[in-house]
Ligand binder design. Structure first.
Ligand code: MIC
Ligand code: SF4
Length: 757
């Protein structure tokens, strides 16, 4: 299926010329990422001597993707922007709102009923603005993009942090907030700090139980959750070429877990084969003609240390499977060390549930390898000691996995097939007994495992591993089981050993024809009405945020000083709250309820400086707002790690939080905060975090002179009458300062579109 053939042809027509031009002006060989970035410069602007890691550059991506949980806010903002259609191809995917409970068929019926008003809103807005609408059940955004839209050398953005999945097909694909998507859909530039580039050379070849997932699990361990911040990770080498295209996508997908802007692989045969198998022969042919431009220049490949900002080598022949977790995706333990590590840390080792699938690991290769483990286990008279759940990434994958008998195998061992959707990966899992909060362990092939993410239970220890390892562990029932060395006792009391998994990169019988679930925008698009019921508690039209009044902030009470890890799941929890993603007022009731209050180590219990009582974070924020007060939020490192959800930035804005000061920010969250008009600062001396007291009132000075690179002064007014002055840094450029002054980036777009009408 070639959905964008005209656009893709036009792109390749100019690709080589654009690259040659950049090479001439930069006078040096280029990495693959640079080739793609520089061939997507906004208005074909020239760049002379770009500085990676510091210069802001404007780009023109080829397409935009949004998933239902973030598309609601993105489209509500687009409605305020004053445009009548999206100027770049865009799509919306209904995947996050489907609750996994009984199994695919029943869960789908109930999702369509419960989320009707959201789906109606999204489908009507898509029709009006000329955006493709992938109905519920069609599959998860990143899998659909890989199967249908991604193309080597292209550039896209998506309102989801795992958008980089398309890097598996050689695309620069970046996760952003909805406000960035609105910019691009209105024809404006995507402004990005030019990423630094990490080169990872893969040598050797995977074997046995090791899989592509283990590469990214290892990389996450090496680089940690913020090691990729501001960077593109470029994989190359003979090991990279030996991986399947979908394996590459798994690696790029989970690059979000190291904070990378995106990850990418150079074009090779595996990509061509995947394109052809998924009905895009024409794209494969065009890419083939451009092969030399779809990889880094030879000089880069032969002397990588010289051209990359950071260079790593991994030998796949020696790579063993990893299990990462609990509570963070970068805590990487090689499977051979799990026994001693789990014992040392007293992790609960009885695994209650093993889950495979999701946008990260749903390929035919993943499913067929996991199924081979099950087939082997059944032949050895083994049963599964843990529960086993499967969430296919798309209708396409579901169809072939069922057709080729894999679901039968999963069901024989007690597996349950959920809908083609995010489900348990994002807390949309009505898990029996999880409300009772017993300590327990689950293992899954998803990408994130922050506390409470899968089932809302803070006592669930979630671990991440490849689908084949999850399957083997679900059969054994133990986190410490190592299928490479350990044996199991079967139903006849005999000691047996699982064989190494086997699978197919691509389905031998082809992908087959399916009803894909795409609603193309109707012919009369533009005239459609957008459906929002007036009494809806799920969709609410937005009102513009107020512009800055030109006065310094003074006496802002501290709202919360968050301690330790504070991801977007802590700031704006998913699960239950997903249903309010289109209703700013209602979703603001979850603001920071997962964050730990530094002063009492409790969640959702902070001092209200007005009532002097301890109350829930959203109530205190509302109390300050109702009293006409702004407030300040303080955090530690990598604040806002994880999701692209801009609710984590819109909620504080709505609740009148004026500034967030942290030791450091995750990229997408920092931009989201800036775009919504919140002053986003970092401590110039990280130790100043310790100076913030629970009942402080905070002044932020010198905002009239707010300028790029200029520090900001903050006065902490302590309750004992003493004052301390500290300084903060910021990463605003001139344009971003105008967002702050206008009250939000959207206020500026709306004004400029009004002027053009
Ligand atoms: C996630 O994996 O955390 C999500 C849910 O897909 C988010 C998007 C969201 O919060 O809607 C993401 O990764 O950006
Ligand atoms: Fe959905 Fe999970 Fe993928 Fe996010 S990571 S898009 S929640 S499957």
């Amino acid at each position: 299926m070639l959905l964008d053939s005209g656009i893709i042809r036009a792109f390749y027509k100019e690709f080589a010329e654009k690259i040659n031009k950049s090479k001439k002006s930069l006078k040096r060989p280029l990495t693959l990422s640079e080739k793609i970035l520089y061939s997507h410069l906004y208005s074909n602007k020239k760049i002379d001597s770009p500085h990676r890691g510091s210069d802001y550059v404007d780009f023109a991506p080829d397409r935009v993707a949004m998933q239902d949980a973030t598309a609601q806010m993105a489209l509500l903002q687009f409605m305020m922007a004053g445009k009548d259609h999206s100027v770049v191809p865009a799509s919306v995917h209904c995947d996050h709102l489907i609750m996994a409970k009984y199994g695919a068929d029943e869960d789908m019926k109930s999702a369509v009923f419960t989320n009707k008003e959201v789906y109606d809103f999204l489908s009507s807005a898509c029709n009006k603005y000329g955006i493709g609408f992938w109905k519920p059940g069609a599959g998860i955004i990143h899998q659909i993009i890989l199967e249908n839209y991604a193309f080597p050398g292209g550039m896209m953005i998506g309102t989801d942090s795992h958008t980089p999945n398309a890097g598996g097909l050689g695309m620069i694909a970046i996760g952003v907030g909805g406000a960035d998507a609105v910019d691009v859909m209105t024809g404006m530039e995507l402004e990005l700090k030019l990423p630094r580039i990490i080169g990872i050379k893969l040598i050797g070849r995977l074997n046995g139980w090791a899989s592509a997932k283990d590469i990214i699990l290892k990389v996450a361990g090496l680089l940690t959750v913020n090691g990729g911040t501001g960077c593109i990770v470029e994989y190359f080498g003979e090991g990279a070429e030996s991986l399947s295209c979908t394996g590459k996508a798994t690696i790029c997908n989970m690059g979000a877990e190291i904070g990378a802007t995106c990850s990418i692989f150079g074009y090779d045969d595996s990509m061509a084969e995947y394109l052809i198998a998924t009905g895009r022969k024409e794209v494969a042919e065009l890419a083939e003609i451009n092969r030399e431009h779809l990889i880094s220049d030879t000089e880069v490949l032969t002397e990588p240390e010289k051209y990359y900002d950071h260079y790593i080598e991994i030998n796949l022949s020696e790579l063993e499977p990893y299990i990462n977790g609990p509570f963070t995706p970068d805590l990487a333990t090689p499977i051979s060390k799990m026994k001693e590590t789990a014992e040392k840390n007293r992790w609960p080792v009885n695994v209650e549930v093993g889950l495979i699938g999701s946008c990260t690991n749903s390929s035919y290769e993943d499913i067929s390898r996991a199924a081979s483990v099950v087939k082997n286990a059944l032949s050895l008279n083994l049963t599964a000691r843990s529960e086993f759940k499967i969430t296919p990434g798309s209708e396409q994958i579901r169809f072939i996995a069922e057709r080729d008998g894999y679901f039968d195998l999963f069901e024989k061992i007690g597996g349950k097939i959920f809908a083609n959707a995010c489900g348990p990966c994002i807390g949309q899992w009505d898990r029996k007994g999880s409300d009772k909060s017993p300590v327990n362990t689950v293992i899954h092939s998803f990408n994130r495992n922050f506390a409470k993410r899968t089932d809302g239970n803070p006592n669930t220890y979630a671990f991440v591993a490849s689908p084949e390892i999850v399957t083997a562990i679900a059969i054994s029932g133990k986190l410490t089981f190592n299928p490479i060395t350990d044996t199991l006792i079967n139903t006849e009391g005999k000691e047996v050993k699982l064989s190494e998994p086997e699978g197919h990169e691509l389905p031998p019988q082809g992908f087959g024809n399916i009803e894909n679930g795409l609603q193309k925008p109707e012919k009369n698009s533009g005239k459609e009405d957008i459906v929002i019921s007036s009494d809806s508690d799920r969709i609410q039209l937005l009102a513009p945020f107020r512009e800055w009044d030109g006065v310094d902030f003074s006496d802002l009470p501290l709202l919360i000083k968050a301690k330790g890890k504070c991801t977007t799941d802590h700031i704006s929890m998913a699960g239950f709250w997903l249903k309010y993603r289109g209703h700013l007022e209602n979703i603001s009731n979850n603001y920071m309820i997962g964050a730990v209050n530094y002063f009492n180590e409790k969640t959702n219990l902070i001092l209200n400086q007005l009532s002097h009582k301890y109350e829930a974070v959203p109530s205190v924020a509302r109390a300050y707002k109702n009293a006409g007060l702004g407030s300040v939020v303080v955090g530690e490192e990598n604040f806002g790690e994880g999701s692209s959800r801009e609710h984590a930035a819109m909620e504080p804005r709505y609740l009148n939080v004026r500034a967030v000061i942290a030791k450091s920010f995750a990229r997408i969250h920092e931009t989201n905060l800036k775009k919504q008009g919140i002053l986003t600062l970092t401590f110039s001396d990280k130790a100043d975090y310790d100076k913030i007291r629970e009942d402080d009132k905070i002044d932020i000075k010198g905002l009239k002179e707010f300028a790029p690179g200029k520090q900001i002064s903050i006065v902490l007014n302590h309750s004992n009458g003493k004052k301390e002055t500290i300084t903060a840094n910021h990463s605003y450029n001139d344009t971003q300062i105008t967002w702050f002054k206008a009250g939000s980036a959207l206020n500026l777009i709306r004004e400029s579109n009004k002027r053009h009408i």
